[in-house]
Ligand binder design. Structure first.
Ligand code: GLY
Length: 428
């Protein structure tokens, strides 16, 4: 059996790692992959956005399954194109992926479906958007409508910040065509967490909850990043919240999509703000989260492939998904300077040694092989992921492994899991 995973980040290394360890022992391919995926299969030198190249490769190599990691190829319609060629694909089609591809579409569908989310207005005219912000007041959230590589959201604490974000997007071309429209949303109070669900068009199976750490510095300070670490489960997503997420978020959104003729198949990521056990949707993503996937997959007990197959075949059930009771933690190591400018090509030492730490896997993100040496090749470089008897144990293993690894300018947060640790100390 041949499986091709599309993408090159930590999420994709985690997916390749899990699928490579499936009891059916599939042959793994990853396009374009990184130095970590190269250890588990064959990297295919095609960018995730090279739809033409990927379709051509699949027509010639006939993989039994393609798993699409990032949002860009999903929103560009890679699933639709591969399915036309008779290839089995895990990932929503282009119409369904629009839940991530357009913030305005997502808001409009949520409003029609009655899904709890913040009030919003969308604008293509900067003066009108700024006038709305001045009337409304701050804090307020400004989002570029389209895909902006995780950089399109500004949580503005002042009206000036909101106006700058609006003008950057609509007049300064900061996000290209993704920023030709902005969505201006009310600021939500609460604690953020992520919950992902597998969906087979009909059935919904929630995955384990997790919490990402989006800011670069400890205490959640500094600019947003793609994610500096995650842990699973996040106890803020308790049983009450999980029930509400199924009945108030997933069921109505899927019904509303269906009413519009859109069938969702794949994984749907709900970014939530939770306040007094009430979840509100901050965003939908049409893919697995990164680094949430690394933390969640580390806890997946047994094979994952049957669940992915069931999503495609419309036979999904919760019985296909089992979790290890141990919590997990993923600590992301980044390049010095990230999320601003950073160097690439720096040799990374001691990954093998770090992998020897008990219950720990070093997932590669921005890495590459240069003349058999592993070097940095991106902003987020590695995601060191451990499970433990409790969260403290998982974090302690992950940080021992992190401290083993060396490259020039390596940076990471020392406080991954801080909210959960505080809850544990407070006995909540
Ligand atoms: N960790 C945030 C995301 O995957 O979008």
């Amino acid at each position: 059996m041949k499986i091709l995973v599309i993408g090159s980040g930590g999420r994709e290394h985690a997916l390749v790692w899990k699928l490579a360890n499936d009891s059916t022992q599939p042959e793994m391919y990853c396009a374009p992959g990184n130095a970590g995926t190269a250890e588990l299969g064959l990297n295919v030198n095609l960018a995730a956005t090279d739809l033409e190249g990927i379709c051509h490769w699949c027509r010639s190599k006939r993989p039994d399954l393609v798993v699409i990691g990032p949002e860009a190829p999903l929103c560009a319609g890679l699933t639709d194109r591969l399915e036309l060629d008779g290839i089995r694909v895990f990932g929503p089609n282009q119409a369904a992926a629009e839940l991530e591809g357009s913030k305005e579409f997502a808001k409009e569908v949520m409003a029609s479906a009655g899904v709890p989310t913040s009030a919003y207005r969308s604008f293509t005219d900067a003066d009108k958007a700024c006038a709305y912000v001045r009337k409304h007041g701050a804090p307020i959230v400004v989002k570029a409508d389209g895909l902006a590589a995780g950089k399109g959201v500004t949580v503005a604490e002042t009206i000036d910040q909101a106006e700058d974000a609006i003008r950057d997007a609509l007049e300064g071309n900061a996000f290209g065509s993704a920023g030709c429209r902005v969505v201006v949303e009310d600021f939500l109070v609460g604690e953020e967490a992520s919950i992902l669900a597998l969906i087979d068009g009909e059935n919904i199976a929630l995955l384990a909850s997790s919490q990402d750490h989006k800011r670069i510095f400890e205490k959640d300070e500094g600019p947003n990043t793609g994610g500096m670490g995650a842990y699973s489960p996040a106890s803020i997503v308790n049983d009450i919240v999980r029930e509400k997420v199924i009945h108030e978020v997933y069921e109505p959104i899927l019904a509303e999509l269906k009413r519009r003729g859109i069938i969702y198949k794949g994984v749907l990521y709900a970014g939530l703000m939770i306040h007094d056990n009430q979840p509100s949707v901050v965003e939908f993503n049409c893919r697995f989260g990164d680094p949430e996937t690394q933390a969640v997959i580390a806890r997946w007990n047994g094979d994952m492939l049957p669940a992915l197959d069931a999503v495609i075949d419309g036979t999904l059930s919760n019985n296909l998904i089992n979790w290890k009771p141990q919590p997990s933690a993923c600590v992301v190591m980044v390049a010095g300077g990230y999320p601003g400018a950073y160097s690439k090509g720096l040799p990374i030492g001691n990954i093998a040694l770090a992998n020897e730490v008990q219950d720990t896997v070093v997932f590669h993100a921005g890495t590459a092989l240069e003349e058999k040496e592993i070097v940095t090749a991106g902003g987020r470089v590695l995601g060191i992921t451990s499970i433990g008897d409790d969260l403290e144990d998982a974090l302690s293993k992950a940080y021992i492994a992190v401290e083993t690894i060396s490259y020039q300018g390596a940076f990471y947060r020392n406080d991954i899991g801080h909210r959960e640790l505080r809850r544990i100390i407070d006995g909540k």
